[in-house]
Design a protein around this ligand. Structure first.
Ligand SMILES: Nc1ncnc2c1ncn2[C@@H]1O[C@H](COP(=O)(O)OP(=O)(O)OP(=O)(O)O)[C@@H](O)[C@H]1O
Length: 587
């Protein structure tokens, strides 16, 4: 076994705090069901121990004394004990199952709620892994709460009641049974240490496998186009085999508690038989007393084994629970926001000496100043990586400038709520994203008050109505996963319709680098032209046609504005601008 203490291992206090929080925050919410379940568990414990107690009368009164009345009384009582045990056991399982399902749902919601609001900068590079973690950690939490309550209420209750029976029947033999406990505790604690390491690694591997799998399917076109199936097979197989080995080891280690219990229990029972046989033959102890003791011991064996295992299993589950709480408690939310409400009517935009860096000491945007008057159209051009998209992201409040301010209609955007800021801007991304669902939903997302006419008008303005009406299900057509059922141009026009419907005074366009075919391109340009009419428009431009229709062009190089002007003046005066044509950054 590894001696290295894992950094992720849970201390005793952490184990206690996590369990307590689960019960207090998520279990007690269903307190009626919760306490009813515990009551059922107590009944199971009492019913089980009463069977051991009754076995004494069974042997002594029925088999030794031949008492007829006892046959009915003991037989009926044993039947009753098992009926109570069966019904209470069922009630406990159903009640804890219902609480568990509700807990999974709530914890998944709480995590997704946080995940979707994390700062863009912290956003996980592997969304597939994050989703897998959310799903699994909620299941871990359900398992943990069921484990703790079931073990502590039902098994502990059963063991205590059975121990009472044992002590009453034979204190000496009971002492011997207790003597094996420290050996078990020592063995189990060693197993726990190793399990902690392995469970953490297992959780990471499940997330890793998810990342590889989701990536392979998301990029399936690239996979097929480049004949990458064997490469993907290898990556996925590698991840699966690694996980298989790790899980195998986890099973081998965590199952060690079982033989530990079995061997020690076997030795103990053997001793009982020597001792009890000698006591019964030589010292006049009744066979009923021996029977009651041994029945109590055997019945206590399984719940005691589960109790011994509780910590091992709990550690496995709590690793996931800790991850869930970490996300809920510590995941950094979006950039801080102001409390003011931005009411952008005209849509004037101004950058005042704005600087920003993703990583401290590595400036991405430096001392950028420019202004756009209401309804004006400007284009931002520059080499790949110059900082164009970062400027757009700063306007949407995805990040805060480290220096300087951005004003909309004279209001510093850092002083207003993110919601009011984002209500004032529409964004059409380069990589059009459609959500699975109908075309109607994709156009009207976030616009609950939009009427049928509004949606049709937005589609018409985006030059999309013709093709939408020709689809078999019209507006209700399912766009598929990320619009897979539509062409690239159709997807873009749907996203332009979305911006039309939003009708915000400021429009941010991130122009696609790759050109579409002639007709589609023309339709798209016409749609964007119409969309930007009377709106303050900032386009990250790659097309000469877009640049020509802009009032002014801002040339960005390594995060700085190096030239501003029209196409003609820049052609004459800016080396950087001219070089963009040579590098096919502008086509
Ligand atoms: N989330 C991020 N974390 C760290 N660095 C980033 C992040 N996003 C962008 N960068 C870096 O910031 C710089 C500017 O990126 P930006 O996306 O603004 O460039 P761009 O001009 O829009 O490029 P392109 O035309 O290729 O889209 C690049 O060097 C990029 O690597």
């Amino acid at each position: 076994m590894a001696n290295k203490k894992p950094t992720s291992a849970l201390s005793r206090n952490e184990t206690f705090q996590l369990t307590k929080r689960l019960i207090v925050e998520y279990g007690l919410e269903h307190r009626k069901k919760f306490f009813l379940a515990i009551f059922c568990m107590v009944l199971v414990g009492l019913a089980t121990s009463s069977v051991a107690w009754l076995s004494k009368s069974m042997v002594n009164s029925i088999f030794v004394d031949g008492d007829r009345a006892a046959v009915w009384a003991v037989g009926g009582a044993i039947m009753l004990a098992f009926i109570v045990k069966g019904i209470a056991g069922y009630g406990q399982t159903v009640l804890m199952g219902t609480i568990g399902c509700a807990l999974i749902a709530r914890l998944q919601q709480a995590q997704f709620h946080k995940l979707i609001r994390l700062r863009l900068m912290d956003y996980t590079a592997h969304p597939g892994g994050a989703v897998s973690r959310v799903i699994h950690s909620a299941r871990n939490a359900r398992n943990a709460i069921v484990l703790v309550t079931t073990n502590l209420a039902r098994d502990l209750m059963t063991v205590i009641a059975l121990l009472a029976v044992m002590i009453v029947q034979d204190p000496v033999m009971s002492l011997f049974a207790f003597a094996i406990a420290p050996v078990i505790v020592w063995g189990v604690s060693r197993i726990i240490r190793e399990t902690k390491n392995l469970s953490q690694a297992e959780a990471d591997m499940v997330a890793g496998l998810n990342v590889v799998g989701v990536e392979a399917l998301q990029g399936v076109r690239v996979v097929k186009a480049f004949n990458l199936e064997p490469v993907m097979d290898k990556r996925i197989t590698g991840a699966i085999v690694k996980m298989e080995r790790r899980q195998g080891k986890l099973i081998r280690v965590s199952s060690l508690t079982s033989p530990l219990f079995d061997i020690l229990a076997g030795l103990t029972i053997g001793f009982f038989i020597f001792y009890a046989g000698w006591q019964t033959i030589n010292n006049g102890k009744t066979p009923g007393e021996f029977m009651a003791f041994i029945t109590a011991f055997l019945l206590a064996y399984d719940p005691a084994k589960r109790l011994g295992n509780l910590n091992v299993q709990l550690q496995r589950e709590l690793v996931g629970v800790k991850r869930a709480f970490n996300l809920i408690d510590h995941g950094k939310l979006e950039v801080s926001e102001g409390t003011g409400q931005l009411v952008a009517n005209a849509g004037a935009l101004e950058f005042q000496d704005v600087s920003f860096s993703y990583k401290a000491g590595v400036p991405t945007i430096s001392n950028v100043s420019f202004s756009v008057t209401p309804g004006e159209r400007i284009a931002i051009v520059g080499r790949s990586g110059a900082g164009k998209s970062t400027i757009i992201n700063l306007i949407m409040g995805m990040y805060h400038p480290s220096h300087g301010s951005i004003l909309i209609d004279g209001t510093d955007i850092s002083t207003v709520t993110l919601q009011s800021l984002r209500d004032s801007v529409s964004y059409v991304a380069q990589d059009t994203f459609l959500f699975s669902g109908s075309i109607r939903e994709n156009v009207a997302f976030g616009q609950a008050s939009a009427t049928e006419e509004d949606i049709l008008a937005a589609l018409e303005a985006a030059q999309a109505l013709d093709f939408v009406l020709k689809l078999p299900h019209g507006l209700e057509t399912d766009v598929g996963n990320n619009g897979a059922n539509l062409s690239g141009g159709q997807r873009q026009r749907i996203s332009i319709a979305r911006a039309f419907l939003k009708n915000a005074p400021i429009l941010l366009l991130d122009e696609a680098t790759s050109a579409l075919d002639g007709d589609t391109e023309k339709q798209l340009q016409a749609a964007l032209e119409k969309l930007s009419a009377n709106k303050t428009t900032i386009t990250v431009a790659h097309r000469l046609s877009t640049i020509l229709s802009a009032k002014k062009v801002i040339v960005v190089e390594a995060g700085r504005i190096v030239a501003v002007g029209t196409h003609e003046t820049l052609q004459r005066e800016s080396d950087v601008y001219r070089s963009l044509f040579a590098a096919h950054e502008i086509v």
